[in-house]
Ligand binder design. Structure first.
Ligand SMILES: [Zn+2]
Length: 191
């Protein structure tokens, strides 16, 4: 069976077009700093401050393109540092999650909701899903072999879309728990 590229997402921000205007000024747009593995997705040159109740994070990268709703993805360690307890959610599923304040060069936005710890997931195309014999929303495990901290992650959700590229996304806590440095491949295990 084909192995899956495992990528680590550091804390980041997705913005709505409206919030981007408030934070960075009327008529501003996101400029590409680097393309990501998912087609069309990019790290932008825009960085914002995320304000917590205990401390703030400066220089948090905004990913593009803009989305219908703003969302901030952090690790559990980040949540403790900020002083705001975020739930584990799939990207986009932000109903009832805590809000957080973002500070940009032109202004400030306090989100009513949208602070989440991303549920670990695998992006894949329908053809990949067929090859791995899984369906969208299925929960699988992924074995990751590293030098000293090999780990099997359970509770990994499969996300299937025509415009996805095969990759597993974990956060920095998960990457550190498995001792991941650089490029690592994972083995999908059906549960
Ligand atoms: Zn992802």
């Amino acid at each position: 069976m084909r192995e899956i590229l495992v990528e680590t997402s550091a804390r980041h921000i997705h913005l709505s077009a409206a919030d981007l205007q408030v934070l960075c000024g009327e008529g501003s747009s996101l400029a590409v700093r680097g393309m990501l593995s998912q087609p069309g997705q990019f790290a932008s040159t825009t960085r914002l401050q995320v304000k917590g109740t205990k401390r703030n994070f400066d220089g948090v990268t905004v990913l593009g393109p803009t989305r219908s709703a703003s969302q901030v993805e952090i690790s559990l360690t980040d949540a403790y540092a900020l002083g705001i307890m975020a739930p584990v959610r799939e990207s986009g599923d932000i109903k009832g999650t805590p809000g957080v304040t973002l500070v940009g060069p032109a202004g400030e936005v306090t989100l009513k909701e949208g602070l989440i710890i991303a549920k670990r997931h695998i992006h894949m195309t329908p053809a990949d899903a067929q090859e791995f014999n899984v369906v969208n929303g299925e929960i699988v495990a992924v074995r990751i072999k590293t030098k000293e901290r090999s780990l099997v992650f359970e509770d990994v959700v499969i996300r299937v879309r025509e415009d996805f590229a095969l990759a597993m996304h974990i956060d920095t806590d998960e990457a550190n728990a498995a001792g991941i440095k650089g490029t690592v491949l994972g083995e999908l295990i059906k549960l």
